[in-house]
Design a binder for this molecule. Sequence first.
Ligand code: ZN
Length: 190
Amino acid sequence: MTSRLGRLYVAFVATAVATLGVTVANPAPASAAMTICYNTSQAGAYAGTANQAASIWNNATTNLTLTANCGSNLRIYQITGGGSYAVRTSLGNGRVYIDTQQAAQYSPLRIMTHEIGHILGLPDNYNGNCAILMSGGSAGTSCTNPYPSTAEANRVSSLFAGTLSATERSAGRSADIFRDSWPSVLTPVS
Ligand SMILES: [Zn+2]
């Protein structure tokens, strides 16, 4: 009987901890900014780029603050080959992979802010417009804009404030993998 109660207690504590974890994705007070701790211990050459991208998102949005190395809501990795991508486990949580080969062709900072944009709830929007951060590689290698548009930034703020419709919220919070095979430049442009 005692061990049964012990197991129940353990289950209860596990549930309580899991519930606490959900507060990251479901901010109750709209006035309090959510802290998203990002970890750059495996970001290699892109740790500084991650810090720049965090500042860009912090300046562009309300309701959230990306803070370096206070935890690991978001882990950033340097990889080689295969394209950069983001794995969102829930809103504000996941992993970002920066491909060194891709970052040699496209702006590393634009790639970083784009991939973090996925973690913050944004989908791809490959419309070729350099002013749109989530247009990614469709805007070409000459596009180095690392800033989200006002609409993109406002959408992230709204997602974290919980003010969007239930459908829009669930789209931004869903677990998803965003593979960004930004077009390779095989032949140098003369
Ligand atoms: Zn993308």
